[in-house]
Design a protein. Structure first.
Length: 121
């Protein structure tokens, strides 16, 4: 890729035309592309469309889906580890906060912090 997705201080992603030096792009695309909608690959991406109500027990399911969506990055040797923390946002009903912490193959730490609405409000 000849562009990088960069995270602004407000948590919103933006594009830089600099060549990527980390796996941030891989992390970002993996969790922001709906599973099965790109690359003609039904296993790529993340799908939370069946989560209709955000309850405490759904947080574990959502976390597992994030981890599954990111696992391929470890499998191809681009990352040593990827950890995902998903929490219900206490100030916004139906919103989750996500922190992805990865260690690249070369030992460089990479973090992605974002949020999204889940289910119906």
């Amino acid at each position: 890729m000849d562009f990088s997705i960069v995270q602004e201080k407000n948590g919103i992603a933006d594009i830089s035309w600099e060549k990527p030096t980390t796996i941030f792009n891989l992390l970002w695309f993996s969790i922001n592309i709906v599973r099965g909608t790109i690359f003609n690959n039904p296993t790529f991406g993340l799908d939370l469309s069946d989560i209709k109500k955000l309850t405490d027990d759904k947080i574990e399911i959502i976390t597992a889906r994030y981890q599954a969506a990111l696992k391929w990055i470890i499998d191809i040797g681009k990352a040593r580890s990827i950890d995902v923390i998903v929490e219900k946002n206490t100030q916004s009903i139906g919103r989750i906060d996500i922190l992805v912490s990865a260690i690249q193959a070369d030992g460089t730490p990479v973090e992605l912090s974002t949020f999204r609405s889940v289910g119906s409000i």
